[in-house]
Design a protein. Structure first.
Lengths: 275, 302
């Protein structure tokens, strides 16, 4: 069922206010198709009816299902190209320079909500490429955490399907990926920088020990939390970040109204947060 | 670098060009007419209508969703009434600018240049509204003309400017810094010299000159700050000259932002993230306006 401009704007604004995820006008048909599945399941016959459902007491739970639909297949290597370009062009060299001055040659990166590990391994590949130049003799630690043990096992295994690896530039693919019977295996050198652990982001007692990160990534995770939980979790990220570090959320996500300490740093095609 | 030295250097560069575009005859007449104390809108409209290309451009600029009039404006006279007499001068200048540089002979594809310019015009208008700036149309037109100097460089210093662009490609180096290093001046001072040659009102001369350093402005620093920020936002979304410059900025540290925060404390609550996403959504409108101005000869009557 084609969604009218008014219905689209109404739903988009509501989703943004609750989840902090913005649907660009160009994503209208995408949203339409994902809404269709939820409307079929819930029996909502029109978009306004579904909107009422989201606003009702059952809405919070329904919103989680909708977010699941929206983020399905959203995990793959080299997903957020503007972000990676900004890292390579400016943010990483800047942090390396800062830490070189302090004589502290160690880089710590956290992929929070790491799912099957693509984001963490993307960083590993990117940094490996700089081992003989920018990051010569540096210690690299990449930590992936997720609440779901099944995806953690998958991440540790490091075996992917064609969909996951489709965006990896050839230069990286040739060096770090091996194809075997239609499956794609990561080379041991990519895996050696990365560790995966189970972690619940709500768990304050564990969160306070995730210290001294230069970059923290948390894409498509905070959209599931209510504002109070978001604020609490983001405050942990803030505390766990080095003073010169950067915090990244997913494409089209927003922390507005969640944390007023972070500053936005803009680059072509995106932005990140800084202390 | 010393601003006066840079202006002097810019004067030299602009001075060497003999065939610098001039303002179209009708625009010059409009400007003369506007100098008369008893000028009437009807007279200006009659004069402008003798140049149908100019008329069509004015109508498109005023009716575009980028400018968002409350309702469609169907006649030139109404467009002029809507904008007010004081803005006709700027509008004539802006359309002249389009005429003078309506070609692909420079380093930029001309559409990419005007998409950036009109994009900055659109965002300037939005920011002006948000902070309660008194003259929203001035912000719109100021945004459109801020990069006058870039057009000059891309047309008359072609090789040198290409070398500058090549030297900063995909690097986090500011265009103005590379310009200073290679030319001893920047597009800001060059734009200023051209604006003076064309008798732009002083406030626009200042804007062109200080759109990268708004704190140095004295006549209207707020206008300079508005255009400065709009320029930055357009440069990180898809109105960035096709990615010629790799721009990045920490909003809280920008001098333009500090000026506007002081002017309008409510700006602290701005949803910056959503502002960026909405800007993405408005890009097709900007592209459509630019292509309608340049790629069709459609006319508008009174």
């Amino acid at each position: 069922m084609p969604i009218s401009d008014n219905d689209f704007i109404q739903l988009r604004d509501f989703i943004y206010s609750i989840c902090g995820m913005y649907f660009h006008t160009t994503k209208k048909y995408f949203l339409e198709s994902r809404l269709a599945r939820r409307m079929e399941t819930t029996g909502a016959k029109t978009y306004p009816e579904y909107y009422q459902l989201l606003k009702s007491p059952r809405g919070a739970e329904e919103m989680k299902y909708l977010m699941d639909e929206i983020t399905t297949n959203e995990t793959y290597f080299f997903r957020n190209v503007p972000q990676l370009t900004a890292l390579e062009t400016k943010l990483l060299p800047e942090i390396v320079e800062t830490k070189n001055k302090m004589g502290f040659r160690k880089l710590r990166i956290w992929s929070a909500g790491s799912s099957s590990g693509e984001e963490a391994y993307t960083m590993s590949m990117m940094l490996l490429e700089k081992r003989s130049t920018l990051l010569k003799d540096w210690i690299i630690e990449i930590v992936g955490t997720d609440i779901n043990e099944t995806v953690i096992s998958q991440a540790k295994e490091g075996i992917y399907n064609a969909y996951s690896v489709r965006n990896i530039p050839d230069i990286y693919k040739r060096k770090y990926i091996k194809e075997e019977n239609g499956k794609f295996l990561l080379s041991p050198e990519v895996k050696k920088f990365v560790t995966f652990n189970k972690l619940n982001l709500y768990d304050d007692s564990k969160m306070i020990f995730m210290k001294s990160f230069d970059f923290i990534f948390c894409a498509n995770v905070l959209i599931y939390f209510d504002t109070a939980s978001k604020s609490k979790v983001v405050q942990h990220f803030y505390n766990n970040l080095q003073p010169y570090g950067y915090f990244f959320v997913g494409q089209s996500e927003s922390l507005h109204g969640v944390n007023d300490k972070f500053k936005t740093v803009h680059f072509p095609g995106g932005f990140t947060y800084k202390k | 670098m010393d601003k006066l030295a840079m202006i002097k250097r810019a004067e030299e560069l602009v001075g060497t060009i003999e065939d610098l575009p001039t303002i179209p005859v009708v625009a010059t007449q409009v400007l003369l007419l506007l100098d008369k104390p008893d000028v009437r809108i009807e007279d200006v409209a009659d004069l402008m209508l003798t140049d149908q290309v100019m008329t069509a451009r004015v109508m498109k600029m005023v009716n575009s969703p980028v400018f968002k009039p409350g309702h469609e404006i169907t006649s030139l006279r109404r467009a002029l009434v809507y904008l007010g007499l004081k803005h006709i001068r700027e509008l004539a200048l802006a359309t002249s600018l389009i005429d003078a540089f309506d070609s692909d002979s420079g380093n930029f594809e001309i559409n990419a240049f005007w998409e950036h310019s009109f994009g900055v015009g659109m965002v300037s208008k939005i920011i002006a509204e948000k902070i309660g700036y008194a003259d929203i149309e001035k912000a719109y037109i100021g945004g459109i003309i801020h990069d006058l100097g870039v057009v000059f460089l891309s047309q008359y210093q072609r090789e040198e400017f290409q070398a500058i662009l090549d030297s900063i490609k995909d690097k986090p180096i500011k265009l103005v810094d590379a310009e200073i290093e290679r030319l001893g001046t920047t597009h800001c001072e060059i734009g200023l010299c051209m604006a003076r040659k064309w008798n732009f009102p002083e406030v626009y001369c200042e804007l062109i000159s200080y759109h990268h350093t708004p704190t140095e402005a004295t006549i209207d620093p707020v206008l300079c700050a508005i255009v400065n920020l709009s320029d930055l936002f357009c440069s990180v979304r898809e109105l960035n000259y096709g990615g010629k410059e790799w721009v990045s900025f920490n909003l809280s540290e920008e001098e333009g932002w500090k000026i506007l925060r002081k002017e309008a404390p409510n700006l602290a609550n701005l949803d910056v993230e959503r502002f960026c996403y909405e800007l993405d959504d408005a890009i097709p409108d900007v592209k459509e306006l630019v292509s309608s101005i340049f790629n069709s000869q459609e006319q508008a009557g009174d």
